[in-house]
Design a protein around this ligand. Sequence first.
Ligand SMILES: Nc1nc2c(ncn2[C@@H]2O[C@H](COP(=O)(O)OP(=O)(O)O)[C@@H](O)[C@H]2O)c(=O)[nH]1
Ligand SMILES: [Mg+2]
Length: 176
Amino acid sequence: MKRIVLLGPMGIGKTTAIRSLCGSLAIECDVPNLDKQAHAKETTTVGLDFGEIKLDDEDTLQVYGCPGQERYDFVREWALSLAFGAIVMVDIHDPHSMEQTIDLIQQCHAAPNIQAIVVLISRPASAAQQEMFTVRLSAHAECAVPVLSADPRNPSQMLDTLDIIAAMLPDEVQPR
Ligand SMILES: Nc1nc2c(ncn2[C@@H]2O[C@H](COP(=O)(O)OP(=O)(O)O)[C@@H](O)[C@H]2O)c(=O)[nH]1
Ligand SMILES: [Mg+2]
């Protein structure tokens, strides 16, 4: 079973992405957001969002969305330990986006089973802005990973992203 995690800060669109991919089959763990200082949105994920996507006859992907807040570090670590691929979602207009992305990629490298990592620019940005972010990111040796972009609300763009990360995984993924 290919298992992918979605990582990224609160409000980046992890729950939205799983909803786009799985529709009403998505299982969400959102509760009212009591931390509106961090983010104004009404609900936030406390457990793991979960969805299952059939890519073709052979490939089914399980997708988990991790909570973004730091106090749920342990949930993220646990989800990462189960996953083979990770999608690090980022808003490159956020001033903290570079350090957040590097930190999350490092967490992925520390996970025992992760074999494929992509960064997903999840908010509109110009080609030049995306290029600049990609170049700055790749200056960190351990962060030389593919950088894609997609709108979390757009099912076909999210499916394309999943196709790419699924193709990066070996056919037989076995937990270590
Ligand atoms: N403008 C814009 N809003 C988005 C996008 N993706 C998600 N949203 C909205 O941002 C809010 C937070 O998204 P959510 O999926 O809950 O973020 P999560 O915390 O990462 O799970 C929701 O109200 C979404 O409708 C996007 O690409 N562009
Ligand atoms: Mg969420």
